[in-house]
Design a protein around this ligand. Structure first.
Ligand code: RUQ
Ligand code: CUA
Length: 638
């Protein structure tokens, strides 16, 4: 009962914030959660989420960390935070952004804006190899290796692109990461045109980023130039829609000021339906023009790669169901989710049933391809699927999740699509994304739904005006959804992915035998230390509980290069390396070698020490960096 009261309170509050819209119909019984009957055989909510000491969760939950630039990993159903994977921001906890290798990856950027993680797939199913994430701010994507939960590559800035929001969507066999631009700019990049000329001089871009099937390495494949529509969310096809990808746009008006009003004028915006296989073939056939080193397709000149689809007012999410036939898209400003039938889309394309053309690109006839508009509720955003014929749409304004039945519908359901809405559950507060494990695969797990709430005020002990964010865990195995748990979530969660834990076998140590780092040293006695004029190089061994060498001598102004190997071959025995007064902290996992380069810029003696607790004698694991005044003659160091 508590739940329902707050749910209606939130609705009333939000309603009062939005002028001229009356919508008080939502506070029905459908908002209540657990039914006694279904709880009985599954155990209490506490029992279902309790993972006893020493036991492990069944799933990994990968949250995007928004403008923290990171990815957060939790266990499911316990919702316990397991690890933070730094991606676009330095993190002293793991040494990320301090050693030479990760510093080079980050370049000059210190942050990113992670929105949509995407797991790699084989044959339309997660394969547990990589997690890709986007950076909306600085137009990049990154690849995380799931063998060690570390960022291995950052690609970007993606050429000819601004605002990499509609990203990263993985194709059925991880051939591509498909991404679309949220912002538009004059192209080529760096060209000036006044913002007043937005509609004519600015362009967006949809890009195919190629994934190397062996290494997972990303490279820019091709691009399709588009009008400045503000591409928003996307997804990739499968089954009948295999080879396709879909993005919504929220600014078909092509407004450049006061978007809140000016980009919300039309009753329908356009979605982009992109045939990426056709795009790939067109590039092979030489039908693209090079722009900043990338083959760019003009869709007006290459028919068949891009179609526009009219879609509900100011849409946000667009999600393909597990069969690949049904595509649900939600307009934030209309209380329905529109379902398109891809078989009808294909037929409309084959029969050229276009209702218009926009800048040489066909606009598909809405009435011909739409299956229905499901009245899910207010402020629908994203849709996920349970693989049992049901869809779940997040309702931002209502702070609720609606469960509804996918087509095929009976005649009675079709005549009254309200009947397809099976259940509704209140969440707190203002849900954005929601996630069901495997929703974007051929076979979702279909047991848990995680709601990621945008405002969450009052859900946890207050820590000041910036209130802790929250995620809520909903059991979707029954006819009615049941709220079972709520946990703090690091800001700022956007989308997430859920993966069965047994899909990953993380490595325990980096085997010494497989190290091909030429600077690795595997014992204290092998450690080396040389100085040539202006430069000190040391190959440092770190092993419980010593560094070798434990005295490094430089002259002021020297560049110091340290290659530090953690000699350990025991899992979880980590060594760190920090120098007092120097802004660096390198963390080295067992069997790993990391390099760090810095300038010895002041005379003095600077203790260095291990920052990661590694043994009873961890505190003793220290040494000294001596920085002498500059000598006139350069002698070699003993
Ligand atoms: S968006 S709340 Cu950046 Cu994924 Cu929808
Ligand atoms: Cu090594 Cu602490």
């Amino acid at each position: 009962m508590k739940m329902k009261t707050s749910y209606c309170a939130s609705l009333t509050l939000l309603a009062s914030l939005l002028t001229g819209t009356a919508f008080f119909a939502g506070c029905s019984d459908s908002g209540s959660s657990a039914t006694q009957a279904s709880s009985q055989n599954k155990g209490s909510a506490a029992e279902r989420t309790y993972v006893a000491p020493g036991e492990k969760d069944e799933y990994y939950l990968f949250y995007s960390g928004g403008h923290s630039g990171q990815v957060f990993v939790a266990g499911l159903p316990s919702m316990r935070h397991l690890i933070t994977i730094p991606v676009f921001a330095p993190s002293p906890g793991t040494g990320y952004g301090f050693d030479d290798e990760s510093r080079e990856m980050l370049g000059d950027f210190t942050w990113g804006d992670v929105h949509h993680p995407g797991l790699s797939k084989t044959d339309g199913m997660y394969d547990g190899r990589w997690l890709f994430v986007n950076d909306n701010a600085n137009n990049r994507v990154a690849r995380i290796d799931l063998r060690d939960f570390k960022t291995k590559q950052i690609l970007g800035p993606i050429p000819n692109s601004s605002g990499n929001h509609g990203s990263s969507f993985v194709t059925e066999n991880s051939e591509y990461l498909l991404v679309g631009t949220r912002f538009s700019v004059p192209l080529p990049m760096g060209r000036f045109a006044p913002v007043e000329d937005y509609a004519d001089e600015f362009n967006g871009m949809v890009s195919g980023l190629k994934v190397d099937p062996e290494s997972g390495d990303l490279s820019v494949g091709w691009q399709i130039i588009t009008p400045p529509f503000n591409w928003d969310l996307g997804s990739t096809g499968k089954g009948p829609s295999s080879g396709w990808a879909f993005w919504t746009s929220y600014n078909t008006e092509m407004a450049h000021t006061k978007l809140e009003a000016n980009a919300s004028q039309r009753d329908r915006d356009y979605a982009a339906f992109v045939n990426w296989r056709a795009a790939e073939a067109a590039v092979k056939d030489g039908k693209a023009d090079m722009l900043d080193g990338v083959p760019v397709i003009d869709p007006a000149k290459v028919p068949g790669v891009l179609y526009y689809v009219p879609i509900g007012k100011s849409p946000h999410g667009i999600d393909v169901d597990p069969s690949g036939r049904w595509i649900a898209a939600s307009g934030k400003l209309q209380p329905t989710t529109t379902v398109f039938d891809f078989e009808k889309v294909q037929a409309a394309i084959d029969n050229k049933e276009f209702q218009a053309e926009f800048r040489g690109v066909p606009v598909l006839n809405y009435d011909v391809i739409v299956e229905g508009e499901v009245p899910v509720g207010l402020g629908p955003l994203h849709t996920q699927y349970d693989g049992k014929g049901n869809a779940y749409t997040s309702l931002y304004i209502e702070s609720a999740v609606a469960k509804w039945k996918l087509p095929p519908w009976t005649d009675a359901e079709k005549a009254n699509l309200e009947f397809t809405v099976l259940d509704k559950i209140g969440v707190h507060y203002n849900i954005g994304h929601l996630v069901i494990g495997g929703s974007d695969t051929r076979a979702p797990y279909g047991d848990w739904l995680v709601a990621m709430n945008k405002l969450s005020k009052g859900r946890h002990l207050s820590v000041g005006p910036s209130q802790p964010e929250s995620s809520q865990l909903i059991d979707i195995t029954g006819r009615k959804m049941e709220m079972v748990y709520e946990s703090f979530t690091d800001p700022e969660p956007h989308f997430a992915q859920i993966l069965k834990a047994d899909m990953i076998q993380p490595i325990e140590v980096y085997p010494k035998a497989e190290s091909n780092n030429p600077n690795a040293v595997w014992s204290l006695s092998d450690a080396t230390y040389t100085r040539e004029p202006g430069k000190v190089t040391a190959k440092v061994a770190a092993v419980r509980s010593q560094f070798g060498p434990d005295k490094i001598t430089a002259e002021v102004g020297d560049t110091v290069v340290l290659h530090i190997t953690n000699v350990e071959q025991t899992t979880d025995i980590i060594h760190g390396f920090a120098i007092s007064g120097y802004d660096l902290n390198v963390i080295i996992d067992p069997g790993e070698t990391k390099s760090v380069t810095f300038k010895a810029d002041k005379v003095g003696v600077f203790p260095f020490y291990c920052t990661n607790f590694c043994s009873a004698l961890h505190q003793e694991m220290q040494g000294y960096l001596e920085v002498k005044p500059a000598s006139v003659t350069t002698a070699s160091v003993d």
